[in-house]
Design a protein. Structure first.
Length: 327
């Protein structure tokens, strides 16, 4: 609280224009969180705010607006995410939202070639990249003029990464987003080391997710998939073992021959993983059998059913995150 950080100016005309382009209606909680975040950025003390909200309650939009504000003053933004697929998705969202503005956005993850990453690192040092979105690879780059650090799902980073993050954020405004805050992070917010904004209000038209816990049964799985396909939707089938995930995918395809089934896991080759996810997002695949790599932040609105195999082997916060991928 004592050390002085950079104080950003008031909102610019561009900022207002940019925010009006948001295609959805903000909830009241969201507006409050945005206002608090901006007030923090405009004050001289260093921001350390935790945005806590359910999956799909619009945490990313708060981050996008904060990032836009930072870039308006010529500062650079680092957006740190736990998984490659999520980095890709946030990158697409940022590019889509900021396409009408002269903002240079880069991606650092294993979906990028080593030469592309090298170029991004150089551009970051020269200050030519405004916003970089990436997995822990970003931590090894030097950023010329960092103004804002956004951390998504902090509990997914290990101790070594957290130490690097600490070095990064010495005099920088930090925004942390989470749906399932770890007790330590929550404790820090409650004793006031961090400020906290909570999004409790569901966006319009979001229905509560129905959860059923039952024994495995072929007929049930078939019925769930067929019902979802009948209304034009898609299905996630979570199976968290890489060694025989292909068998499960084959078994599911046999169970529902009319469905197009594919599987993904974290040990796949980058281009293959990217291709399958791309096909899935475009609706060419009906059932995606996957490990928990789809757990954080994936936002495909057409997927409304999820089947979790051996759910008793997963942790509570994991199940909570997974459940938020549908509906």
């Amino acid at each position: 609280q004592q050390s002085a950080g950079y104080a950003f100016g008031k909102d610019t005309v561009w900022q207002r224009e940019f925010e009006e382009m948001f295609p959805f209606e903000e909830t009241e909680d969201q507006l409050n969180a945005i206002a608090d975040t901006k007030a923090d950025m405009e004050s001289h003390r260093i921001m350390d705010r935790l945005i806590c909200g359910d999956v799909g309650y619009g945490k990313t939009e708060i981050a996008i607006r904060a990032a836009f504000k930072a870039v308006q003053e010529g500062k650079q933004v680092v957006y740190l995410v736990p998984t490659t697929i999520l980095a890709q998705q946030h990158y697409n969202t940022f590019v889509q939202r900021m396409k009408d503005f002269p903002i240079n956005i880069a991606l650092m993850s294993r979906f990028r070639t080593p030469s592309e990453i090298k170029k991004t690192v150089k551009d970051l040092e020269k200050g030519m990249v405004d916003i970089v979105i990436g997995t822990h690879r970003v931590l090894s780059a030097d950023v010329k003029d960092l103004g804002l650090l956004i951390i998504d799902e902090e509990q997914r980073f290990g101790v070594a990464h957290k130490e690097k993050i600490k070095k990064l954020k010495e005099n920088v405004d930090v925004l942390t987003l989470t749906a399932t805050p770890i007790p330590r992070t929550l404790h820090m917010s409650l004793i006031g080391i961090r400020d906290m904004s909570v999004l409790e209000e569901a966006p319009n038209d979001r229905l509560p997710i129905q959860t059923f816990v039952c024994e495995y049964n072929d007929e049930l799985v078939r019925e769930a998939i067929v019902r979802e396909m009948a209304r034009g939707g898609q299905v996630y089938y979570v199976y968290n073992r890489v060694n025989n995930i292909a068998d499960i995918a084959a078994q599911t395809a046999k169970l529902v021959p009319e469905a197009n089934v594919a599987y993904v896991h974290g040990q796949m080759k980058e281009h293959e993983l990217e291709r399958i996810m791309f096909d899935f997002i475009n609706g060419e695949i009906d059932v995606l059998v996957s490990t928990t790599i789809i757990e954080t932040g994936l936002d495909i609105s057409n997927v409304n059913t999820m089947i979790i195999h051996d759910s008793d082997n997963l942790g509570l916060s994991q199940l909570y995150q997974l459940r938020g991928r549908v509906g």
